[in-house]
Design a protein around this ligand. Structure first.
Ligand SMILES: C[S@@+](CC[C@H](N)C(=O)[O-])C[C@H]1O[C@@H](n2cnc3c(N)ncnc32)[C@H](O)[C@@H]1O
Length: 531
């Protein structure tokens, strides 16, 4: 499941005109706004442009009216990512967000020196108002991010090796997003990080749009067909030591297609194939003195002496290159790309609705030990329990180190009356520990490879009479698969769609929304218990 698609893929097919903007609201607002501005600039005449800008102002007013209608709680979007993510319905807007003017160091901590980890973040207050009472948690967001993009930037050295290198050929959608974000005032480097494009690609796309008013690539001749591409992929998969020259020769001989070496390499990139030197084990240092001793001892030997000697203990045969380390085509390995980064993208709707559910049902956490698994960059639900649920203790976890660092910074900026621990916990490496009364988990069911580990982790960490509150959207078969597999592992699952009236109402409102897809957007609650 490509989650990033939810947030970032804006609909490029929408031509922008006033009527449509009024119909669809937010999403096209900025595009239209920019186009109005471009139009005004192009017309240059002061008089004409002032009329255009007036029209634009009228537009803005109507949009604002639309916005307040679209946000029933009247809240601001629930995370800094939500300028876009609300448009993509990646937020239920149940929690109100307010950017804090300064770092909200917890009152029970001594302020000697504010650590860098806190300074490097922008601080937000996430609050829910339930039955007249306000619940809030301060959460840090790494600066200048759509959360995910710092990690993307950090992975750049790896992505150079892997096939996920920044693309120089944006899709229509990416070009549209790049132009939108640059138009919103983001720098090309920043946008390149978010969309995993090369920054020159972003600059080119924006220039092209400014000059031509369109962002689609001019149709060009593609040297190879899809079948040629498949042929190239298969050839190197069959013979990993092929050079791009030999791939070329083969293509020319077999399919009579002429391409350059560079094109051959480019065709292999989308199939995740890069040309790399295979790793070899390091030489043991103790071999060096042995070799030296050997060389000294036999330095006087002639070739004829050596001919009759059979060397048995060490062999080095360079068939293709002097040290036998020719380059081979390799697929990018997961460990090169880093741990799953979805928790750093934003606070997902499931975490939001789970937080809301927690604040509405605080009594069930009293004197309980609680752990949150896969809590992402905020572990928001776990922190609400810690702050307001009066539990015995809370442990918040995620498998991603960057997420956990963010939560650790967040812990310094909130007051808790109970012990709160925060640590990296990968489900596959979950060691034995004292089980918990309540396990929380939001939007973690769509990892097909990790599902079994997650279930095992739930089973291990739940006390006999414990309960896991798992919140996740249906997302195709993933939720049902989770339930089926859990039941096979001796757990009982109860699926609850209508677990909170406010959330339910919000869902009903969203059902009419063009962009809303119940299947991937509505978080369902599963209560998991031991049989
Ligand atoms: C979609 S995010 C949800 C994050 C957060 N609960 C939210 O809803 O905002 C999924 C989270 O699961 C974590 N995750 C994925 N696989 C994991 C694993 N094998 N072990 C531990 N955490 C994992 C990711 O790091 C990520 O933070």
């Amino acid at each position: 499941m490509d989650q990033t698609k939810d947030i970032y893929s804006l609909n490029s097919k929408c031509p922008v005109d006033l009527d449509e903007v009024l119909t669809y609201g937010n999403e096209k607002k900025k595009v239209a706004r920019r186009r109005w501005a471009i139009l005004a600039k192009a017309l240059k005449g002061v008089f004409v442009s002032s009329i255009v800008m007036k029209l634009y102002q009228i537009n803005i007013d109507i949009w604002q009216a639309f916005d307040s209608a679209a946000s029933p709680t009247g809240s601001q979007p629930s995370s800094p990512t939500d300028e876009i993510s609300v448009r993509r319905i990646s937020s239920f807007m149940l929690l109100k967000t307010q950017q804090l003017p300064h770092i909200p160091i917890a009152s029970n901590r001594e302020i000697v020196d504010v650590p860098d980890a806190l300074k490097k973040r922008t601080w937000y207050k996430y609050s829910a108002c339930i039955e007249g009472r306000e619940y809030f948690v301060n959460v840090g967001h790494r600066n200048r991010t759509f959360s995910g993009n710092i990690a993307v930037v950090k992975h750049k050295p790896f992505s150079r090796l892997s096939m996920d290198r920044p693309s120089r050929h944006p899709t229509e959608n990416q070009a549209f997003q790049a132009i939108t974000l640059v138009g919103e005032g983001q720098s090309p480097h920043y946008v390149a990080g978010v969309l995993d494009l090369h920054h020159t690609t972003v600059i080119r796309a924006v220039q092209c749009f400014r000059e031509t008013g369109t962002y689609t690539r001019r149709p060009g001749h593609r040297a190879t067909s899809q079948r040629d591409d498949n042929f190239v992929h298969l050839s190197v998969l069959r013979n990993r030591t092929f050079t791009s020259c030999s791939v070329n020769d083969l293509l020319r001989k077999e399919r009579r297609v002429h391409i350059s070496d560079r094109t051959a390499r480019r065709r292999l990139h989308p199939a995740n194939l890069t040309n790399r030197r295979p790793a070899t084990g390091p030489l043991l240092t103790r071999q060096q003195p042995c070799r030296l001793r050997f060389a000294r001892e036999y330095s006087g030997w002639t070739v004829n002496y050596c001919k009759v000697v059979l060397f048995t203990d060490e062999t080095k045969i360079g068939l293709r290159s002097p040290d036998g380390r020719s380059r081979v085509w390799k697929r990018a390995a997961e460990d090169l790309m880093g741990f799953n980064n979805t928790g750093n993208v934003c606070i997902w709707p499931s975490e939001e609705t789970l937080s809301y559910y927690v604040c509405s049902n605080l009594a069930q956490f009293r004197d309980k030990t609680v752990i949150e698994l896969g809590g992402g960059m905020s572990c928001l639900a776990g922190l609400f329990v810690a702050k307001y649920g009066d539990p015995k203790e809370v442990t918040v976890t995620d498998g991603n180190k960057i997420s956990v660092e963010n939560v650790q910074a967040t812990l310094r900026c909130n007051d808790f009356q109970v012990p709160v621990h925060c640590e990296v916990l990968k489900w596959s490496q979950a060691g034995p520990r004292t089980p918990y009364n309540i396990v929380l988990c939001a939007d973690c069911l769509f990892f097909d490879d990790a599902r079994a580990d997650l279930i095992e982790c739930l089973r291990t960490y739940m006390t006999g009479d414990g309960v896991a509150l798992v919140m996740a959207p249906q997302r195709g078969r993933t939720l049902d698969d989770f339930m089926a597999q859990s039941e096979m592992r001796g757990l009982r699952c109860e699926k609850i769609s209508r677990y909170n009236e406010v959330v339910w109402e919000r869902r009903l409102q969203l059902l009419d929304h063009e962009e809303y897809d119940d299947n991937i957007h509505y978080p369902i609650l599963i209560r998991v218990t031991k049989v």
